[in-house]
Design a protein around this ligand. Structure first.
Ligand SMILES: Nc1ncnc2c1ncn2[C@@H]1O[C@H](COP(=O)(O)OP(=O)(O)OP(=O)(O)O)[C@@H](O)[C@H]1O
Ligand SMILES: [Mg+2]
Length: 331
């Protein structure tokens, strides 16, 4: 199967007051048609910067793609003009964010915003767009559609607003939906409903999803494959079963250990890996995870790990074989 999206050796630079920083360095992963790929990692690991570079929305900040390719259906998005990208964003790739209230316009009704989005991308009359808008609301599981169409964003609950955002994102029939922590601001029950909805939609309309989260529990619910990022690098990638049954990177293990238990309080941020993610201005040499890693050896401090590829998965750890051996003995 040909991948829908292939990110190849992507690096991103930002200009800040201390010169240039590189929040994403030399990352590669792919998304196949109909597949949900989760990008997981702690705050600051470069997940949003990665998604913003795929959408080429960095251009509107002070960031730029310095190296690599973003092949979407074989064409390199990194080399598209602003105008070409605007078309791709309106037709093939959509994005939803954490807080739908900031993306919805408070002074227009849901119906108006949805029909506007449809009219922007599709050659339809106002009447046809209104009908399509109602179909989309139905698709995302909203009831009392005629009432909802006439309401303003503040009249809806957070979960419902996120459903409306998903409906708007689907209005162009995207082949790829990028969802950047779309459920982080919601409570657990509503989060579960939105995850179910995305799983259903994926089946119904055969789109691919890149789902960004810092929560491995959420990744387990929704992903076919998982890309683990740490401090701007991909440290591990594999299908969901490989990652959960046999995580090979010590960081992935740490993330899995920090999944909150069903009964326990919900954690806002991951806490159980000792230490914190390094500052972007001061990355450690060798493996960027070495200061926090219980398996670190002198090699990890001196040399950046090689990327090992095996059985459709990749891991960037000098000692991954040791990690597997020790952990399987511990069990
Ligand atoms: N516009 C910007 N200018 C300079 N640095 C930025 C900019 N946007 C992000 N960064 C830096 O890039 C790094 C990665 O940020 P990013 O937002 O991708 O993290 P993230 O993994 O999405 O985290 P979170 O889980 O908190 O959303 C951070 O160190 C951040 O400070
Ligand atoms: Mg983010």
């Amino acid at each position: 199967m040909k991948p829908l999206l292939e990110v190849k050796n992507l690096s991103v630079d930002f200009k800040n007051d201390q010169g240039y920083v590189r929040p994403v360095e030399n990352i590669s992963f792919q998304v196949n048609p109909g597949e949900t790929v989760c990008i997981v990692g702690e705050s600051g690991s470069g997940k949003s910067v990665t998604s913003m570079s795929i959408m080429r929305l960095l251009d509107y900040e002070n960031g730029s793609i310095s190296e690599g390719q973003i092949l979407f259906q074989g064409e390199d998005l990194a080399r598209k003009s602003k105008e070409e990208m605007r078309k791709i964003r309106g037709n093939d790739i959509s994005i939803i964010f954490q807080e739908p209230m900031t993306a919805l316009n408070p002074v227009f009704t849901i119906g108006k915003q949805l029909t506007e989005a449809i009219l922007l991308h599709q050659d339809k009359s106002k009447n046809e767009a209104w009908i399509r808008a109602k179909e989309l609301l139905e698709l995302v599981g909203i009831n009392d559609i005629d009432v909802r169409m006439k309401q303003y964003p503040h009249e809806l609950s957070g979960g419902m607003r996120q459903r409306v955002m998903i409906a708007i994102a689907l209005s162009c029939d995207p082949k790829l939906l990028i969802a950047d922590e779309p459920t982080t601001a919601l409570d657990v029950t509503i989060e579960a409903q939105i995850l179910n909805l995305l799983n259903e939609l994926k089946e119904k309309i055969n789109m691919s999803i890149i789902f960004i989260t810092h929560d491995m529990g959420v990744a387990a619910e929704i992903s076919d494959r998982i890309v683990v990022m740490y401090a701007g690098k991909v440290v591990e990638e594999g299908d969901v079963f490989q990652i959960f049954d046999e995580p090979t990177h010590p960081y992935t293990r740490g993330l899995l250990n920090s999944i909150p238990s069903e009964e326990g309080p919900r954690q806002e941020k991951l806490t159980s890996i000792k230490g914190t993610i390094p500052s972007i201005n001061n990355m450690p040499g060798g493996c960027r995870f070495n200061p926090r890693c219980e398996y670190a050896t002198s090699q990890c401090i001196e040399k950046e790990p090689q990327l090992y590829k095996e059985n459709g998965r990749q891991v960037a750890c000098w000692n991954y074989k040791e990690v597997i051996k020790k952990e399987s003995m511990a069990q």
